[in-house]
Ligand binder design. Structure first.
Ligand code: HEC
Length: 139
């Protein structure tokens, strides 16, 4: 094995450790999967829940910010700090994270979503769970 060949895996490990320790995994990687156009070979939700329409009910919106806000559906009347929306209680499909578990994880793990699409692979579910853990119920 070349010197570079030995170096690359150790960089990978360091990156994995660093990502694993980040307290709140960003939504970016999950959105990258969801925002793909829905079709029988796709794990995406675009065309059903993700469309260029104002978010309401099962329509989560178009942009990453709109979709995240819809999935979280925070309660503006139940906040630790009323000036900071990120402290408001989560009541959307991510509530409960992996522990309760959330409606979002149940639908994706069971393969009931994406409807008429390709169920998420183990790798895609790992990305989901890493991000969802920030919504876990307090132990
Ligand atoms: C072909 C259209 C279609 C696609 C693609 C699709 N969905 Fe759905 N989804 C629906 C419909 C219709 C419902 C409402 C009926 C039901 O609950 O099964 C629904 C319901 C849901 C619910 C329950 C919502 C709630 O408030 O209880 C979740 C969560 C969900 N979908 C997640 C997803 C995710 C995540 C994707 C993409 C990875 C996806 N769906 C792809 C059509 C779709």
């Amino acid at each position: 094995m070349t010197k570079l060949g030995r170096l690359v895996p150790s960089i990978w490990c360091a990156t994995a450790l660093w990502v694993g320790q980040a307290s709140a995994q960003s939504f970016d990687d999950v959105f990258a999967i969801m925002t793909q156009d829905a079709n029988p070979d796709s794990p995406g939700c675009r065309g059903c829940h993700i469309v260029p329409e104002p978010p309401t009910g099962l329509i989560w919106g178009d942009t990453e910010d709109e979709v995240l806000a819809s999935l979280e559906d925070r309660d503006p009347n139940d906040c630790v700090d009323p000036m900071d929306p990120s402290t408001c209680a989560v009541r959307g499909v991510v509530a409960g994270g992996n522990t309760r578990p959330s409606i979002l994880s149940v639908r994706l793990e069971s393969g009931s979503m994406p409807r008429f699409g390709r169920p998420w692979t183990e790798d895609e579910l790992q990305i989901l769970w890493a991000w969802l853990s920030q919504y876990d119920d307090p132990q």
